[in-house]
Design a protein. Structure first.
Length: 463
């Protein structure tokens, strides 16, 4: 008899696990209450990066005069461009729908049963679903919880969906905000603040610390902070205590009494897991003080036969990590070879302009661990391909062991950094040395040549 797998949640952790289990011959039921793709497809990654892609186009237009491209009347190309926010968001919604439909088609093709409704655990081996007043029950040999998270709501700063917004509500806007106040300078806040400034909104970013993305590499964070200021963004230090509608705008009152006025406010202050009303306690699934499900490195919860993946676990809020957790869970359930999750190998990216990509250990982590390392940093401005493209900012930074040359970690700042981090991700994952990276051929001219050159320079440093 085929193993019976029930998956609650249709985001990356859920649908990737469903595909793996179905291909391995399991009988798989996936339960989703909102739509296939989860936050990653419906309200977060796919829609936000689509808006950011539009904004990035405007940075290319800004460089056009340097490349010899102007309007017919000789003026700068960027001066003649405007953004139709309604059209941008219509495209976002169409792409989201198409991506969700593609996931549904893949699941159907592989024999996964998809059930719409709100699920909860009746026991560690049974899931019940409420669907339009009808209660369905599914017995399982293993259950995977991939229920995601939702925007955190700060008391006194509740969204109204019109002027005070979470990131899930931005895609209903028909007009570009005249002045967007973004509360929160983490990844979500930085991405949207940067994008809307490029799209043409005045932007004030409220940061709780002295720089944007304070948890990223200091050089990368300081570089992006300077880029934001140069583009005319206003950065204000502090924390929001209250957000109020005032006429056709908003007023954001900070804890120190400072008032920031704007036309709209985006609250980007983190997320909370969707773990309430799931029957977790009754089933023996432990959560921490924030409601996050406790899991080990193979995605097991404290209840036998129940696994969890994605943002509801708080391991690392990345779609790639959620998908990996889901696949690991299914491998463990089905007796396949299992490689426990190793967060030191995770590559991540902040989709600002320029992008910030990183992999492996940070410099702060290396210092804390007392490891001997050297740093090679090389600016993109000297790269011949970058010169051809009009790119004059960004850098590659590699951390290598002083004696062996093993690549401990890396940071790439620049256009498409998310693509250029991949060879360094391979190096970290497979314990390659800086000489291994430098010895591989790169195309000339190419932006990736800076990765090779940065690695080559570590070879000649005193060890």
């Amino acid at each position: 008899m085929s193993p019976r797998i029930v998956i609650v949640g249709g985001g990356p952790g859920g649908y990737e696990a469903a595909l793996v289990a179905a291909k391995a011959g399991a009988s798989v039921t996936l339960i989703e209450r909102h739509g296939l793709g989860g936050n990653a497809v419906l309200t977060d990654v796919v829609p936000s990066k689509t808006v950011i892609a539009t904004a990035e186009l405007l940075t290319i237009a800004e460089r056009a005069p340097e490349l010899g491209v102007r309007r017919a009347d000789g003026g700068p190309l960027a001066d003649d461009l405007t953004v139709d926010m309604g059209a941008v968001n219509a495209r976002v919604r169409a792409l989201v729908s198409r991506q969700s439909e593609d996931i549904a088609a893949r699941l159907e093709r592989d024999g996964v049963r998809v059930v719409a409704g709100a699920a909860r655990l009746a026991s560690p081996s049974r899931v019940v679903v409420d669907d339009a007043g009808e209660t369905l029950a599914f017995d399982a040999d293993a259950i995977l919880l991939a229920v995601g998270a939702r925007p955190r709501i700060v008391p006194g700063c509740e969204p109204d969906g019109e002027r005070v917004l979470t990131w899930t509500q931005l895609y209903d806007l028909e007009e570009l905000p005249e002045h967007l106040v973004v509360v929160g300078s983490g990844v979500t806040g930085a991405e949207f603040a940067g994008a809307y400034r490029l799209l043409g909104s005045a932007v004030t970013l409220v940061a709780s610390r002295d720089r944007v993305l304070s948890r990223e590499d200091p050089d990368a964070s300081e570089h992006l902070t300077e880029v934001f200021r140069r583009r005319g963004m206003t950065l204000v230090g502090g924390r929001a205590a209250r957000v109020e509608r005032v006429g056709d705008g908003v007023e954001v009152t900070l804890e120190d009494g400072t008032v920031v006025a704007g036309s709209h406010c985006l609250m980007a202050v983190g997320s909370v897991p969707n773990t309430s009303d799931l029957g977790l306690e009754e089933a023996g699934v432990e959560v921490d003080e924030r409601g996050l499900i406790r899991v080990d490195r193979v995605s097991r919860t404290t209840a036998r036969g129940v696994y969890a993946a994605g943002d509801c676990t708080g391991v690392l809020p990345l779609a790639s990590v959620a998908a990996t957790q889901g696949r690991i869970a299914m491998a463990h359930v089905l007796g396949d070879a299992v490689t426990p999750l190793d967060l030191s190998l995770v590559a991540s990216n902040v989709f600002t302009a320029p992008e910030i990509a990183s992999v492996g250990a940070s410099e702060a982590e290396l210092e804390e661990r007392g490891l001997f390392y050297r740093v090679s940093r090389l600016d993109l401005a000297g790269n011949p391909r970058a010169k051809m493209l009009g790119i004059d900012e960004g850098f590659v930074k590699i951390f290598g062991h002083t004696v062996t040359g093993q690549v401990f970690g890396a940071v790439v700042v620049g256009p498409r950094a998310s693509e250029h981090i991949y060879p360094l991700s391979l190096a970290v994952a497979h314990h390659l040395t800086v000489d291994d990276v430098a010895a591989a051929f790169t195309v000339y001219p190419s932006l990736s040549g800076t990765v090779s050159e940065a690695a080559r320079r570590l070879h000649f440093m005193d060890r």
